[in-house]
Design a protein around this ligand. Structure first.
Ligand SMILES: [Zn+2]
Length: 254
């Protein structure tokens, strides 16, 4: 799964506007970022699997350290710890933000289970699970698009009024992600070379940077965004009182 993970980021942004959308984009792809680094280092491996030709992911992964369930839980804890470290004095708000970012990282595994064949380890490199939606490229694409568009709908609904240009930018960004996903799902895929792995990692960073900028345009910046957004939503008490590569083949992602 690729862009479907960003649907989670957008949905979280809708409920926690004070969180930077770029950080949420990075958190939700933490296992794939680690996958890219570990493949570059030769610790994990990704190979073309001819038996899977015609599927949305014709690749065989050995990725216990980036996509094993225990490893993903550790990544979630690490993301939360890193998010918490720079602002230990923010009290409960800072702790809650760190926990949300950590949970966002862990969501990656649950969504990957939907599309992966049984290659996601529950322990070590064994007891592998996966629903295998990738066997049906159209269904896999619909799942990715549904998650992404659902997240966008929640984010646009939560964004404050008067941010029309920011919302339009966010919607256009999501449309470009859907086109990119279409190229991956229905185009030819190959086992990524080291150069392609580096470009994949760069693209994750670039997408996070774009998401951060567009998120600030749509929601306003930082903690003020949360306050501004919340101020436009009636609180329950108020209601009672007043009656987020150019080559012909695309390197696969886990
Ligand atoms: Zn993944």
């Amino acid at each position: 799964m690729f862009v479907g993970h960003y649907g989670v980021s957008l949905a979280v942004k809708a409920s926690a506007p004070e969180l930077d959308l770029g950080l949420l984009f990075l958190a939700t792809q933490a296992p794939d970022l680690l996958w890219g680094v570990l493949n570059l280092l030769g610790v994990e491996r990704t190979a073309l699997a001819p038996a899977l030709a015609g599927t949305a992911a014709p690749l065989a992964y050995r990725h216990p350290y980036s996509h094993g369930l225990p490893a993903v839980l550790v990544q979630g804890a690490a993301v939360a710890a890193v998010a918490r470290a720079p602002r230990p004095g923010r009290g409960r708000a800072g702790r809650d933000a760190a926990l949300v970012l950590g949970a966002t990282a862990c969501s990656h595994w649950a969504l990957d289970v939907l599309v992966h064949r049984a290659d996601l380890p529950l322990w070590g490199d064994r007891h592998q699970v996966g629903c295998g939606l990738a066997r049906w490229p159209r269904a896999a694409y619909v799942a990715e698009a549904t998650l992404l568009l659902g997240g966008l709908a929640l984010a646009l609904r939560a964004a404050p009024r008067g941010a029309g240009a920011g919302k339009a930018g966010l919607a256009a960004f999501v449309a470009s992600l859907l086109l990119f996903q279409g190229a991956i799902t229905f185009g030819a895929q190959a086992a990524p070379t080291k150069g392609q792995l580096a470009s994949v990692l760069f693209s994750y960073g670039a997408l996070a940077g774009a998401a951060s900028w567009l998120g600030r345009r749509a929601f306003g910046g930082g903690a003020a965004a949360g306050a501004a957004t919340r101020s436009t939503r009636p609180r329950p008490a108020d209601i009672r009182c007043s009656a987020p590569p150019n080559s012909p083949t695309t390197p696969g992602r886990p």
